[in-house]
Design a protein around this ligand. Structure first.
Ligand code: DGY
Length: 321
């Protein structure tokens, strides 16, 4: 059943065309102020709405999904990652969950590339020098970065975004690619060697980029993995902050054990530890992997495609459970 009485709650502001389509199809509550909803607001909403459209900043945990008189039937998450949702509880409660894969693959790989270049070329320190009016003279020897051509990119997680990043690095930057993936990855349309352990990739690569889903019980990349990195290595994360032991990463950066990092995601967003913010050998972005108008619109439209299919009893385009 899909009709204008179906009640949909959207937790954050969405691009205008997405909001217009929701208004036209559903009895929708939009969040025009874009103020994050509190846990108690979310709890109360569970008995009032048939569908929830949240995103990475909303923690849809088991206490919310177990709210009394919960009438929610589907969570159409805006994001390919869904570690913000307690999938086990949703499954038990019979609530469908969908995500938004594919449409953000290129945009996220672009940000990984931007961070590879920004960190290896010391972009933050260079721009800061100019903005603080400390650029007094051209120098042939100061602030030198490291060229990536001919260097090795180690990819952890060779899924869609890992592959899109690898293609950019090989064909755009002239890098060589090695990778770790839990299962064997065959039929890649570019040359890349698969290694059987994270440690081997960490030890061999000049730049390591993470492309795995977040949300595991402990970080996939731990202190012992980070200890394997070369002193000249750079670490890039556009996946999820909890994929890496953030304290251990800060330690190898502050002690100069590795050369630098490029990060778009953090363990406890939007909090970014001061120790990290003070470092000039890291480029830090505020989780902007999918942040283009085109991509955010496509993510919103895919979430609505999932809602439409659900309420019409059709196959969901991107069902998680
Ligand atoms: C995603 O889609 O998972 C991005 O990180 C934005 O949430």
């Amino acid at each position: 059943m899909k009709n204008s009485q179906t009640r949909v709650l959207v937790t954050r502001k969405l691009p205008e065309p997405v909001e217009a389509r929701l208004r036209a199809s559903y009895k929708v509550s939009l969040n025009l102020d874009d103020k994050a909803m509190s846990k108690s607001q979310l709890l109360m909403a569970m008995s009032e709405y048939d569908a929830l459209v949240p995103t990475v900043s909303d923690q849809i945990d088991s206490s919310i999904l177990q709210a009394p008189d919960c009438r929610l039937r589907i969570i159409a998450n805006i994001g390919v990652g869904y570690n913000n949702i307690d999938i086990d509880t949703a499954r038990v409660k019979g609530i469908a969950v969908t995500n938004t894969p594919d449409v953000l693959t290129d945009a996220t790989a672009d940000i990984a590339l931007l961070l590879i270049l920004a960190s290896t070329r010391r972009a933050y320190a260079a721009e800061l020098k100019l903005r603080e009016n400390r650029w007094n003279d051209f120098s042939l020897t100061e602030g030198l970065g490291c060229s990536v051509q001919g260097k090795t990119l180690g990819i952890i997680g060779m899924g869609r975004i890992g592959q899109a990043t690898a293609r950019r690095a090989i064909f755009g930057l002239g890098m060589k690619v090695i990778f770790y993936n839990r299962s064997i990855v065959a039929n890649l349309d570019f040359a890349a060697e698969q290694f059987s352990s994270i440690d081997e990739v960490m030890a061999e690569a000049d730049v390591v980029s993470i492309h795995v889903p977040g949300g595991g019980p402990s970080p996939l990349i731990n202190a012992s993995h980070l200890a394997k990195l070369k002193p000249s290595a750079y670490f890039i994360n556009t996946a999820r902050g909890n994929c890496v032991d953030q304290a251990a990463l800060i330690e190898v950066l502050t002690t100069g054990r590795i050369a630098g990092a490029g990060l778009d995601v953090y363990a406890n967003e939007p909090q970014v530890p001061e120790k990290l913010r003070l470092l000039d050998n890291v480029s830090l972005f505020p989780h902007i992997g999918s942040a283009t108008m085109e991509v955010r619109t496509a993510m919103g439209m895919l979430a609505i495609d999932n809602l439409d299919a659900f309420f019409l009893g059709k196959t969901l385009p991107s069902r998680v459970i």
